[in-house]
Design a protein around this ligand. Structure first.
Ligand code: ATP
Ligand code: MG
Length: 300
């Protein structure tokens, strides 16, 4: 590892559920890339940043070993690798910089739907198939349950049907895969979303400066995603009611309209979703031309 390098290296998943969002987020922060399908390394066109595109399982270790500076990875994989490395006495520290609000999923215990499952205690002495043996055993230990694991890297959900296991512990987002395999989700043992992590050793000044620029941009992108710009025409006498109806909207801009004194234009940034119900209420108190626009970037 060249610790004096001025180029910041970021590991992201090469192809999978986190890839698109990871690249989208970096691009929204002003980091541009031209990606070639076969290449492991991609240089940014406009910043001294290199992307290392790998399997998600490799990302926490690369960051913990200081091989890359930053990584974008699911908390599930991060925690699994951390527990495994603690058990095998390898470096397991990372600095968590941000939760990224994508890649949401949960790691759950599921059993065949005909099972009379009452609780995790029922799994004592049974075998559970999983890709996450450390997270699973950590949970079982905390629950005081002794069960064995069958470690599979894929097709975990078919294990009970073919007699490999009595239950499974797998990632769930909608539950459709479980249902298709005759399984029912019982206990959520871990909830996860993508994380931005940094290697534990301090970065050199050049790299730190880049991270210091990247983080406020990332916050700006995330804040913008949650916010809406709302414009509407409101009766001057209903302004207080209008403010009360607009969620998270402080300091609206009030502008006169050229053709009337009774109505004013209200422009406001709202930090919450504006529901159809609220728009209907606004209309009912005399508002018109109600527009809700997405915001691309924000800076305080
Ligand atoms: P790789 O080849 O990189 O090892 P993978 O098959 O292990 O890929 P993916 O299925 O692409 O991984 O999932 C990557 C991550 O996306 C998961 O570890 C998890 O953090 C997140 N994720 C979000 N939703 C889901 C879901 N419905 N099922 C599985 N993972 C999900
Ligand atoms: Mg993986």
């Amino acid at each position: 590892v060249d610790t004096n390098s001025k180029r910041l290296t970021i590991a992201i998943q090469k192809s999978g559920r986190l890839s698109k969002e990871s690249i989208k987020l970096l691009e929204a922060c002003g980091v541009k890339f031209t990606l070639h399908e076969s290449r492991l390394l991609a240089h940014s066109n406009n910043q001294p940043i290199d992307l290392l595109r790998v399997r998600d399982d490799d990302i926490p270790g690369l960051v913990m070993d200081g091989v890359v500076d930053l990584g974008l990875v699911g908390e599930n994989v991060l925690e699994e690798v951390r527990l495994e490395r603690v058990a095998t006495e390898l470096p397991a520290e990372v600095t968590r910089l941000r939760s990224l609000e994508f890649g949401q999923c949960r790691l759950s215990l599921a059993v065949p739907k005909e099972d009379a499952y009452q609780g995790v205690q029922d799994l004592a002495g049974k075998r559970i198939a999983t890709t996450y043996p450390y997270l699973l055993q950590d949970y079982l230990k905390k629950q005081g349950v002794n069960a064995s694991t069958a470690i599979l890297t894929g097709s975990v959900e078919v294990a009970p049907r073919v007699g490999l296991a009595d239950a499974i512990c797998d990632l769930v987002s909608t539950g459709a895969t479980l249902e298709a395999n005759g399984l029912v989700e019982k206990d959520v043992i871990f909830t996860s979303q993508a994380q931005l992590i940094q290697r534990p050793e301090p970065l050199n000044a050049d790299k730190q400066a880049m991270v210091d620029q990247l983080l406020p941009r990332l916050d700006g992108v995330q804040k913008a995603r949650e916010s809406k710009y709302i414009m509407l025409h409101a009766p001057r006498k209903a302004l207080e009611q209008v403010s009360a109806l607009l969620p998270g909207a402080e300091d609206p801009t009030i502008l006169p309209l050229s053709h009337t004194d009774e109505l004013v234009a209200v422009h406001v940034v709202s930090t919450e979703t504006l529901f159809w119900e609220t728009m209907e209420e606004l209309k009912a108190i005399g508002c018109s031309s109600i527009l809700v626009l997405p915001i691309e970037k924000m800076m305080g």
